[in-house]
Design a binder for this molecule. Structure first.
Ligand SMILES: [Zn+2]
Length: 320
């Protein structure tokens, strides 16, 4: 059963907000759109795997979807971690369409899609490295686990996995499977590992530690794409045609371009501010971003949003 669910990737929301708030012909948009497509496909692939693992309802399984923890100063991210008292397995999910050609002898992976062919990082080496980091993390917290299983799941059922040479029986490359075979793989692990490697009490401690140390990656997308704040279109935006800044007419934000009216369009604008500009707002930054002249109107709006706050007076900060 799932101990931790997968968060919806904030980068998807950030890239969507960015596309909406840059002028239409901005040169960075194709890159933002292409990244958005990749991240969305990756998330979709991970959800396919989550769905399969959802059938493991037995309490003996502790499943973590997407954890990000650190050893020393180095963060590492695990797509899925499954633990029982008898074994642990780290699952790496790959969403790749077309043909995935793998040469297990020289650890080389190529993806062939139509006419194009491109190399990609060997997922087996990648997940082997994750097991080392996770073992190190466990040992730092006083738990020594000698063996961690690996699994690479190709989430797209239409993808062909093509080995240039058949991997030998004990080769880690036999651990590359399609998502529909996950449950079968777990059954084989249940047969292979019959002895406890960790007590139920320690497993519980590890679960709590992971939840405590997990931290969501927050990225500054303006930095990633080399965009300066001035390039971001400010103001409440029309939900129908994206025009901005919308004026408030009576109690409605009213579009000068398409006449669309909305009472709550400012909520999305504030979300966009948090996604793109900063993790906190003040009364004055809100007024600047939404083009509202009245300090009182801004205070009223901030109160209605039930945001977390710190400080008082003009320096009062609001957090999502
Ligand atoms: Zn409009």
């Amino acid at each position: 059963m799932a101990v931790k669910e997968r968060e919806f990737p904030i980068r998807i929301l950030q890239n969507r907000a960015l596309i909406k708030r840059l002028r239409k012909n901005h040169e960075v948009i194709p890159r933002v759109e292409s990244d958005l497509k990749k991240i969305s496909a990756g998330y979709k692939g991970e959800r396919t795997v989550d769905y399969q693992l959802g059938f493991l309802e037995d309490k003996k399984y502790s499943i973590f979807h997407n954890i990000r923890i650190k050893v020393g100063t180095q963060y590492f991210q695990i797509d899925t971690l499954l633990m029982t008292t008898c074994y642990m397995v780290i699952i790496e999910v790959k969403n790749l369409a077309g043909i995935v050609r793998i040469d297990p002898q020289i650890r080389q992976c190529t993806r062939i899609l139509g006419e194009t062919q491109e190399g990609f990082v060997d997922p087996v080496s990648q997940v082997e490295k994750l097991t080392l980091l996770f073992k190190k993390w466990l040992s730092k917290h006083g738990f020594n686990v000698s063996d961690i299983e690996i699994l690479v799941v190709i989430s797209n059922p239409q993808t062909t996995i093509d080995f240039t040479v058949r991997p030998e029986i004990h080769s880690p490359y036999t651990k590359i499977i399609h998502s529909q075979n996950i449950l079968h793989f777990i059954t084989t692990l249940n047969k292979k590992y019959k002895h406890e490697i960790i007590s139920a009490k320690d497993l519980n401690k590890i679960k709590k530690l992971i939840l405590k140390h997990h931290s969501v990656l927050t990225s500054n997308v303006l930095d990633i794409y080399g965009i300066v704040e001035d390039e971001i279109i400010t103001g409440v935006q029309c939900e129908s045609c994206n025009a901005a800044p919308l004026p408030k007419v009576g109690t409605y934000w009213t579009c000068f371009n398409c006449s669309y009216r909305s009472k709550n369009a400012h909520i999305q604008a504030i979300d966009d501010y948090f996604l793109l500009m900063s993790n906190h707002l003040t009364n004055s930054t809100l007024r600047n971003f939404l083009h509202i002249p009245s300090r009182h109107a801004a205070t009223y709006m901030l109160k209605s949003l039930n945001l977390k706050t710190s400080g008082i007076g003009k320096g009062k900060r609001y957090f999502q």
